[in-house]
Write a protein that binds this ligand. Sequence first.
Ligand SMILES: [Fe+2]
Length: 146
Amino acid sequence: MTLLWMDRLATGIEVVDEQHQNFLKIINELKETFAGREQEAIGQENRMEIYRSLLELRDYAFFHFGTEERLMVSSKYPDFIRHKTKHDDFIKKLFDMEQALLHGSLVPGSIIEYVLDWYREHIGKTDQAMGQHLKAYMQAQGRDNE
Ligand SMILES: [Fe+2]
């Protein structure tokens, strides 16, 4: 099942929302790679294919977190360190999953489950709080949201 973007996930910050939608697209592609094989052990021949999907996810997450962190720092977001720690934990978890994958001790379902839970929790909650702050900050600065 393809995950759809929902308005309630929007932060109201254009660049962030656009990147979140791209993120969702990558997650959906990852899901498709595993479709119907979620509980199967990953065979040698599939490892590199799945590794490449995970690498794409990690690259995009890294780039996207940089965008958010720059916005949080420049707007003096009081919850910056806690939020940044959640980003770091996600990247660390991806590294761990890559290792487990390459050593053959991972089923696709566990990857998808983790990434989806994280997406719902982080984008649905943590990023919403950041969005509120950024909108208020931009308004106070008299700047348009970009
Ligand atoms: Fe975030």
